[in-house]
Design a protein around this ligand. Structure first.
Ligand SMILES: [Zn+2]
Length: 267
């Protein structure tokens, strides 16, 4: 008995290790065995194509995908294929970016979320890389999917949820394509940061609500506070930041799942 107990304890975590944490890298037999019997959580990274100062136009997909892959083993989750196109908005005039119309985005993402629920995941976690109207649509769709499919959903905007981490690591607030987001990409792949081009890139502080509106927005770097968040390129700080964001985002998801479980919701 005692030996059996030890045997089981030692083997259960190993048995729970899937051949891959990327949903699209598993075959149908593996998914059938894993979901929902062994894995109930899926992380869906969502991004867009948008100018980002001196980092890649796909940064809003690069960031949540790397984040989700770092979070998945800690949460016993799978990572759904990233949705790289999104609702870019007023920076879509800069070269290489564009906007998916809201109706098309809503319809497509609604089907993606419903599809993940249909696979059998109980916890649908959107790891979102792009804000504004995209976040509003995702929030709405996630709630609708949760209600209709009786699944738990969470939409997390990493840069906003981790703004305290930004202040702690860099000693100042960040910005769109500011030091924080640039550092996050630098931690993932320093080759995506073209620091030598920074002098050619303008920055504009985010306007106060209702103060003004411009199309296109004049700069691809949008500072949350005037005079704060100018990109600098400190690899050590970037690595610390990435790790701290992974920890805080993982804690948010783990805590939410724990509370849903405790409340017996949609079990
Ligand atoms: Zn971004």
């Amino acid at each position: 008995m005692r030996l059996d107990g030890v045997f089981l304890c030692a083997c259960l975590p190993l048995a729970a290790q899937p051949p891959s944490r990327d949903l699209a890298d598993l075959n149908w037999m593996e998914v059938r065995e894993l979901v929902p019997a062994k894995i109930q959580t899926v992380l869906l990274p969502t991004g867009t194509l948008e100018a980002h100062g001196v980092i890649n136009n796909g940064a809003d997909a690069t960031a949540p995908l790397a984040l989700a892959r770092a979070m998945a083993p800690k949460l016993n989750a799978l990572v759904a294929p990233v949705v790289p196109y999104g609702v870019t908005g007023s920076l879509d005039a800069f070269a290489g970016g564009f906007t998916i119309g809201e109706a098309a985005y809503r319809a497509y993402l609604g089907d993606v979320l419903a599809g993940l629920a249909r696979i059998g995941f109980r916890n649908l976690i959107v790891v979102n890389g792009h804000g504004g109207p995209q976040t509003a649509i995702l929030n709405e769709l996630a709630e609708k999917t949760g209600r209709e499919h009786r699944v738990r959903t969470l939409v997390a905007n990493w840069w906003a949820h981790c703004s305290d981490v930004t202040l702690k690591v860099f000693g100042e607030d960040g910005g769109h394509a500011g030091w924080n987001e640039t550092a996050f990409i630098q931690a993932i792949d320093p080759k995506l940061v073209r620091r030598e081009r920074l002098s050619a890139v303008t920055e504009t502080p985010r306007q106060a609500e209702g103060a003004w509106s411009a199309y296109p927005f004049p700069s691809p770097i949008i500072l949350y506070q005037p005079g704060q968040g100018h990109p600098r390129f400190d690899q050590a700080k970037a690595d610390v930041y990435f790790k701290a964001v992974v920890e805080k985002m993982t804690a948010l998801v783990a805590d939410s799942i724990d509370k849903w479980d405790q409340a017996g919701i949609f079990k």
